[in-house]
Design a protein. Structure first.
Length: 595
């Protein structure tokens, strides 16, 4: 069919062609009628791979996972009405996690809005402040002037640039289409015909370029002076740290200053060739033992850390100097302790500071550095012993998983307890591991689909550690495994029959209504779900052989699989507290280092 015979399909083809020229490589499409012109345009664009999804919510999170892994914008397409509303949870996560998405919603034309027409809702700016930019596209028409068609091209380029800008995030473009939605005829899909498009020139019509936001001399001097004046400091790296050589450069800064690094698992600093004794990951356990030991300077990178213990520690000590470095300028300090916000490339700033000619190293407190690195080492030794001695529980399962991950693995940590277990039990190492999680809004929705999007984008094996409620919440997403031949995925589901995280809240002391309305026991196992979606299934019961069964399952990468670990949320909570208490008691019993 010739797309030019219908303004809807012709305009959509122009827009999609420009997306491809701007570097968009993937689109997730949920089927629908009103979105036909956009769907046909993507079908006629071989440079963009189509991932079809029956569920818009799963499609949104699948696209989120792809964009999270690649750093490139991924397009989303759906029909009008509540279909678009089902994208909203993924859009919220993308907005707060700074993930580039291009949300393309089909809509009824203006004359049908507010008329009672079927499947018609108000879609104009429907995602509110959860997108970086929201645009109502013009309604396609015959014989439009060339400037309008050029507008379609520039809008595609501007959307891509905005989604990948400072900060990155989702962009919404709403496309109103009048019937007919389908072109006449039955020939093949044609590329759009425009005077400014050359078949031999694949450059975009509008190119956007962006330079790095380099630190200025006065910024470097100010931070260096703060380090000079504060021999006892900490470097804190939260989620969303840059992936541009930052890890090596911040470790070099730590070596120069003697400031240990408290590395969140989602900072992706805990693993790699850069790791040495200054990269600490056990602070969630040992920070409560540092009574009266206060750094006078904290330098922070990235988003708000996962650890509530770290947040409590920072709020308690309220360091005199708190510097936050972030290139995109996004505020990420829920405690409001920041005294100096430095907006520049973090890697470049660390590199400049590590090579600064000042005396940052001469005045550092070596006893402070030795104390924290010694506590970290002792904590991991004691933790290893306690986990081996304790009955098997969900935290021990997470620890076993982290220990057994092969070099080169990708781990997606689900929200609620799994990411907290990873934060607690992930010991820094020189293994090449990369961690992801949806910590922008920290919801349990869409975690299955996000992990599958990571698998699709990377082509590498992904292990997803999820709770039972989180897995249940997005089982629809499992269909993508068969649809898109995603073989490299392992789901580890900690099934403790309910929301075990609520044991940590004061409401746990009030039962009823605690069990019925908060723990929400469901009585489900997921063997039948695995069978329905074609996953190899393994069930592991708590007991002396559980750890070895889990280690064996982790090594099984031959096909997509679901490993379900049966635990008890009540016993898990008690065992976790008992392990923490014994480890912390051991640290307190050791002779303290005088600082």
């Amino acid at each position: 069919m010739n797309l030019s015979t219908n303004p809807n399909t012709h305009w959509s083809a122009i827009f999609v062609d420009e997306l491809a020229r701007c570097g968009v490589e993937a689109v997730c499409i949920a089927p629908g009628s009103r979105s036909t012109p956009l769907t046909l345009a993507f079908a006629g664009c071989p440079e963009i791979r189509i991932y079809r999804h029956l569920d818009e919510r799963s499609a949104g999170f699948f696209a989120l996972g792809m964009a999270m892994a690649s750093g490139k914008p991924v397009a989303l397409v759906c029909t009008s009405g509540t279909a678009a509303a089902n994208f909203h949870p993924a859009i919220i996560e993308a907005f707060y996690s700074h993930i580039p998405l291009l949300v393309l919603t089909a809509d009824r034309p203006p004359e049908l809005r507010g008329s009672g027409a079927n499947q018609t809702i108000d879609q104009v700016k429907m995602f509110g402040d959860h997108v970086l930019w929201s645009v109502e596209m013009p309604t396609p028409q015959d014989d439009a002037p060339e400037v309008v068609l050029r507008h379609l091209q520039t809008m595609a380029a501007r959307a891509c640039s905005t989604a990948t800008g400072f900060p990155r995030g989702p962009v919404h473009l709403n496309f109103p289409f009048r019937k007919p939605l389908e072109p006449a005829g039955s020939a093949g899909l044609d590329k759009p015909a425009m005077a400014n498009i050359s078949a031999n020139d694949w450059r975009p019509f509008t190119s956007f370029t962006r330079g790095r936001l380099m630190p200025q001399p006065e910024q470097i001097s100010a931070v260096a002076a703060a380090i000079d004046d504060n021999p006892r400091g900490l470097i804190i790296c939260g989620p969303d740290c840059p992936d541009n050589g930052f890890a090596e450069k911040v470790v070099a800064l730590a070596r120069r200053t003697g400031y240990p690094i408290l590395a969140d698992p989602l900072s992706n600093l805990r693993h790699g060739a850069h790791v040495d004794e200054l990269v600490l990951g056990g602070y969630h356990t040992w920070l409560p033992t540092l009574e009266g030991l206060i750094p006078s300077l904290v330098i922070r990178f990235g988003a708000v850390p996962t650890s509530a213990t770290l947040s409590t520690y920072l709020e308690t000590i309220a360091p005199e100097n708190h510097i936050h470095v972030r290139e995109d300028g996004a505020w990420a300090d829920d405690l409001h302790l920041t005294h100096t916000f430095v907006r520049c490339d973090p890697a470049a700033l660390c590199e400049a500071l590590a090579g600064h000619p000042g005396d940052m190293a001469s005045g550092r407190d070596r006893s402070w550095t030795s104390l924290l690195t010694g506590i970290e080492s002792g904590m991991w030794q004691q933790m290893e012993y306690e986990l081996h001695a304790a009955p098997f529980f969900d935290g021990a399962a997470a620890a076993q998983l982290l220990k057994a991950l092969p070099d080169g693995s990708i781990l997606f940590a689900g929200n609620s307890m799994p990411i907290r277990h990873v934060d607690t039990f992930d010991r820094p190492s020189k293994r090449n591991l990369k961690f992801f999680g949806n910590r922008g809004a920290s919801g349990i929705d869409g975690n299955v689909s996000t992990a599958l999007g990571l698998t699709a984008a990377t082509g590498r094996h992904v292990t997803a550690l999820l709770g039972d409620i989180t897995f249940y919440h997005d089982m629809n997403g499992l269909l993508a495994i068969r649809q898109h031949e995603l073989e490299n995925i392992t789901f580890i589901v900690l099934n403790n029959n309910g929301g075990g995280i609520f044991h940590r809240l004061p409401i746990a002391r009030h039962d009823p209504p605690f069990t019925e309305l908060f723990l929400t026991p469901h009585g489900l196992t997921f063997e039948h779900a695995a069978a329905m979606y074609g996953l190899h299934y393994t069930a592991i019961q708590s007991g002396p052989t559980a750890a070895s069964q889990l280690a064996e399952a982790i090594q099984n990468h031959a096909r997509p699989q679901l490993v379900e670990i049966m635990t008890s949320n009540h016993d898990d909570y008690l065992q976790m507290n008992a392990v923490f208490a014994r480890v912390r008691a051991s640290l307190n019993a050791k002779e303290p280092v005088v600082v």
